[in-house]
Design a protein around this ligand. Structure first.
Ligand SMILES: [Zn+2]
Length: 115
């Protein structure tokens, strides 16, 4: 097994958190292996070691509640809103287009029918 990356105390990179930090955010490691560790040097003793876990692999401590699903749906709905026509496209607006597909590729037959 490859050696774990070791970071100095307070210098943990973004995306990593200790079990305690995950817990504060309502997350738990979720069965993942320790991803890295922090070491804090101590006098006359070995360094204090804290295990770091990847935040992107962490899972919620509690199961999703209706309120949490609603909050997630609201966030997703915002990503489905076309900035061009202000309508819910029904899918996440592709970043490459920046707008819904009908706006990006207007259908001449469709516009003549509605006009
Ligand atoms: Zn649109």
């Amino acid at each position: 097994m490859a050696a774990l990356p070791v970071f100095r105390w307070h210098l943990a990179p973004d995306g990593y958190a200790t079990r305690r930090q995950l817990r504060a955010a309502g997350l738990r490691p979720g069965g993942q292996e320790v991803a890295a560790q922090l070491e804090r040097p101590r006098r006359r003793r070995g360094p204090l070691v804290a295990h770091l876990y990847r935040v992107d692999l962490a899972v919620p401590v509690r199961p999703m509640t209706p309120a949490r699903w609603a909050a997630l749906a609201k966030a997703n709905a915002a990503r489905r809103l076309c900035p061009q026509c202000r309508r819910d496209a029904g899918y996440v607006i592709p970043a490459s287009l920046g707008m819904c597909v009908p706006c990006a590729y207007p259908d001449p037959a469709d516009s003549s029918r509605s006009a």
